[in-house]
Design a protein around this ligand. Structure first.
Ligand SMILES: Nc1ncnc2c1ncn2[C@@H]1O[C@H](COP(=O)(O)OP(=O)(O)OP(=O)(O)O)[C@@H](O)[C@H]1O
Ligand code: SF4
Ligand SMILES: [Mg+2]
Length: 355
């Protein structure tokens, strides 16, 4: 797949002001480089506060980057503003965890979907705009479209509201969508329907998704590649099977070990994360994961982990990890990660796609 976008050393630092004094820097995103491939679903996985939302918003220029470049079609999105930014906005959309964030409670569903067309599609007649609104309501499974269009967000269920948000995101035919935990606030019963809809749209419309989730098993089900984040940094990235089968960073390995069907069989190899994630305003020196790293302890607390931040290095084709030590999966672990077994015994707690 060709690259859609290249992100180069992206950082977003916030100033956290304290009463009567100067504040500490919150390094929400701290030097992230990655390429997003056209037509892929790239999941960004990590614990709460690791900078997932901030990065998604910075890529779309909803939040301004402190430094770094976001190159799309030869243009640095981090630098543009005004009319240039408005024109680019058409190509990039965000779907939020809470659909209320993107829906104006005072606007009917019809007006919600019409609004982007009024701004960006002045070439269309009123009838054409109306047809587009109706066809998009139908495309996201909201029928009869006429009846839904007349309603307001509070008349709809959570799942229906997220469908409207998805329709609003695709109505301008974007290239790229950042979906920030789009199903985590929905009832379990409707999660799989919404995921299925998003995956169908991705294929039909040749969309590229950055799918943000704290749930590695969900990422495993739906993505082509997975990027794992810890405290503002990307610590591992690679093809989905590669990251799950051969997790190379101890943090990813700990996340993998709590996927129900996998962790149960890892026995002695199960690595539970100890302690709390440090604050993004007090990131530990050296390897930022060392305060919670089981491998650091197993290796006898080597100095290099406290003194030097590991860079991402290739461990297999297209698979990179940022750890001074290579983590080699044991034969037991490899057996557990057998693909055929995974497909025949899907995770019992979450199987949204019926794999
Ligand atoms: N506007 C802001 N001002 C100051 N700090 C912020 C701001 N927005 C986010 N942060 C901080 O930046 C860090 C990253 O936050 P972010 O919301 O991007 O994380 P996240 O991975 O999306 O978390 P979650 O899974 O809880 O949604 C956190 O420490 C958060 O407190
Ligand atoms: S560099 Fe050291 S502390 Fe960091 S993940 Fe690797 S083993 Fe753990
Ligand atoms: Mg978030």
């Amino acid at each position: 797949m060709a690259d859609l976008m290249t992100i180069d050393e992206l950082s977003v630092h916030y100033e956290r002001r304290r009463m009567g004094g100067c504040g500490r820097k919150v390094r929400a995103v701290d030097g992230v480089s990655l390429s997003i491939r056209r037509g892929e679903i790239l999941s960004v996985v990590g614990e709460s506060g690791c900078g997932k939302t901030t990065m998604g918003k910075a890529i779309l220029n909803i939040t301004r980057a402190t430094s770094g470049r976001i190159i799309y079609d030869g243009i640095d999105l981090a630098k543009i503003s005004g009319a240039e930014l408005r024109a680019m906005r058409r190509k990039f959309q965000m779907i939020y965890q809470d659909p209320y964030e993107s829906l104006d409670p005072r606007q009917s569903i019809y007006d919600t979907l019409l609004e982007p067309l009024l701004i960006h599609r002045r070439d269309l007649s009123s009838v054409q705009k109306r047809d587009l609104v109706m066809s998009h309501l139908e495309a996201v499974g909201l029928r009869p479209a006429e009846m839904i269009a007349a309603r307001y967000p509070h008349h709809l269920s959570g799942g229906q509201r997220q469908r409207v948000a998805i329709a609003a995101a695709i109505i301008l035919e974007p290239d790229f969508i950042v979906a920030d935990e789009p199903v985590s606030m929905l009832d379990v019963s409707v999660r799989s329907e919404i995921l299925k809809l998003m995956l169908d749209l991705q294929k039909d419309k040749d969309l590229t998704y950055m799918f943000i989730t704290h749930d590695l098993s969900l990422a495993w089900m739906i993505s082509h590649r997975i990027a794992v984040f810890y405290l503002g940094r990307m610590v591992e990235i690679g093809g989905t099977e590669e990251v799950v089968h051969r997790s190379t960073h101890p943090y990813t390995n700990a996340l993998v070990s709590v996927i129900p069907t996998v962790g149960k069989k890892m026995r002695g190899e199960r690595h539970i994360l100890a302690g709390e994630t440090p604050s993004a305003s007090e990131i530990p020196g050296g390897c930022r994961f060392h305060t919670r790293c089981w491998l650091y302890h197993d290796e006898g607390e080597p100095e290099i982990c406290r003194n030097s931040e590991p860079e991402l290095a290739e461990v297999a084709d297209g698979h990179m990890a940022a750890c001074h030590f290579k983590l080699i999966p044991s034969r037991d672990q490899q057996a557990v990660f057998d693909v055929a077994e995974r497909l025949s015994k899907p995770a019992p707690t979450l199987n949204p796609l019926g794999l």
